[in-house]
Write a protein that binds this ligand. Structure first.
Ligand code: SF4
Length: 420
């Protein structure tokens, strides 16, 4: 295709299909409630594939909380939760969910109906577990928690194997828990088919990320921040795979024709952390400095098949063991040393000029270690970094003017470095 025939567009046309895909997810939830089919709230990082394999409709309250924020309801819901006694400093996803449930909000406002049971894990944070403990008690539903040990720099092979076995045992125990509540039995063949789809979905997402290495970058956060959701709400279904393949093909055409998501690309950035869902237009504002975010560890992390030990063959032949292995290697639970290494590699491979680090006032796992990370990246690798303080779902904690001023100065530093 000639360069002239490809239209310059900021967002991929294919990404428009996201609304339909997510719309079908919410229709499936409504249908499940209507038909009395088992439903489960699940925290991100939990093995949602296994819920699909057990014929249980998953609902991700974090995804719902982002809808509340995007629709400008999160502040009200958070204040309702605070009026119930939950602290100003607690996770704003949690408080959004508490407020949405108390308000009986519908799905379009980020509401989540009472499920048959809840599944949480501490793979990303202990807030997930405490959140569901609170809500399970308030709604009077059963709650299952997967306890995931963290691999650190001095974890040896024997411990690692033990961790894996420990998680696998919990997963089989979880099947018994579901069977007892719903009567649904674990079906290995169905689990393998779901695992195949989950693998395929993640691989296309990783391929999309590979295309973002191109200069100019064909995809911006307009595609990835929303595009992320099927990865953790619908892993194992076919529908989102088609969407991602369309996104890939369109982005590839842009790359082949030297077309970027920005008309003029000057600065390539990484954004670490959860975006401000109530103010996504903020990211478009970077364009005024010809800047584009080309990599977000947050949206990449959910394409979970990054552990080289977990091959496609393993996923298809031993889906439960593969899931256990994956839960030990999630991007967000890397220790500081591994995280620094991953950042350095990513900056090099994606040709990134500077890193924006979101110190998220709601989220300890996201913010913990950011100062050390920043110091090492700057001192050891000469990578410019800027730390921004805000919150992903609570607009009261965002000082937009201050953040814009910080970014403007940061871009000025990047500009001077380029001129050297
Ligand atoms: S935002 Fe952070 S603290 Fe809140 S649920 Fe997510 S990972 Fe946990």
């Amino acid at each position: 295709m000639s360069k002239k025939k490809v239209e310059y567009r900021k967002m991929l046309n294919a990404t428009q299909g996201l609304k339909n895909v997510m719309g079908r997810h919410f229709l499936a939830i409504e249908q499940a409630y209507r038909d009395g089919k088992p439903t489960a709230w699940a925290t991100s990082g939990s093995p949602v594939e296994l819920l699909y394999a057990m014929d249980v409709q998953p609902i991700l309250p974090e995804n719902s909380a982002t809808i509340s924020a995007a629709q400008k309801y999160s502040k009200d819901f958070i204040e309702i939760a605070e009026a119930e006694g939950f602290s100003y400093d607690l996770c704003s996803y949690f408080k959004t969910n508490v407020g949405a449930v108390i308000s009986n909000a519908d799905l379009t406002k980020g509401g989540t109906g009472k499920p048959t049971f809840m599944l949480s894990t501490d793979v990303i944070c202990d807030t997930h577990v405490n959140w569901f403990e609170v809500q399970a008690e308030r709604l009077n539903v059963p709650h299952y928690t997967l306890d995931i040990p963290h691999v650190v720099s001095n974890t040896n092979n024997r411990q690692y194997d033990y961790f894996k076995k420990y998680i696998t045992e919990q997963l089989y125990d979880f099947f018994d828990f579901i069977q007892e509540i719903t009567g649904n039995e674990y079906n290995e063949e169905k689990a393998k088919a779901i695992s195949q789809n989950s693998w395929d979905l993640s691989m296309v997402w990783q391929d999309i990320y590979e295309l973002r290495k191109a200069i100019p970058c064909p995809i911006s956060t307009r595609d990835t921040f929303g595009g992320l959701f099927p990865l953790f709400t619908m892993p194992g279904l076919k529908e989102p795979i088609k969407l991602y393949k369309r996104m890939y093909r369109e982005a590839k055409t842009r790359v082949d024709n030297g077309i970027g998501a920005l008309e003029q690309e000057e600065f390539r950035l990484m954004f670490e952390g959860i975006p401000f869902w109530y103010n996504l237009k903020f990211f478009g504002m970077l364009e005024r400095w010809n800047s584009i975010i080309v990599y977000e560890p947050y949206t990449y992390a959910f394409s979970k098949y990054m552990n080289p030990k977990v091959t496609k063959e393993m996923v298809l032949s031993q889906p439960i063991e593969a899931m256990s292995e994956l839960m030990l290697s999630f991007w967000y639970i890397y220790d500081l040393k591994t995280r620094i290494k991953k950042f350095e590699e990513t900056v090099r491979e994606w040709k990134i000029d500077g890193v924006l680090l979101h110190e998220n006032l709601s989220c300890r796992p996201n913010s913990c270690g950011l100062y050390d990370l920043k110091r090492h990246l700057m001192d050891d690798y000469d990578i410019p970094c800027l730390l921004i303080s805000s919150d992903m779902n609570d607009p009261r904690k965002m000082n937009e003017t201050q953040v814009i001023n910080q970014i403007e100065s940061f871009i000025e530093i990047l500009r001077k470095r380029k001129k050297k």
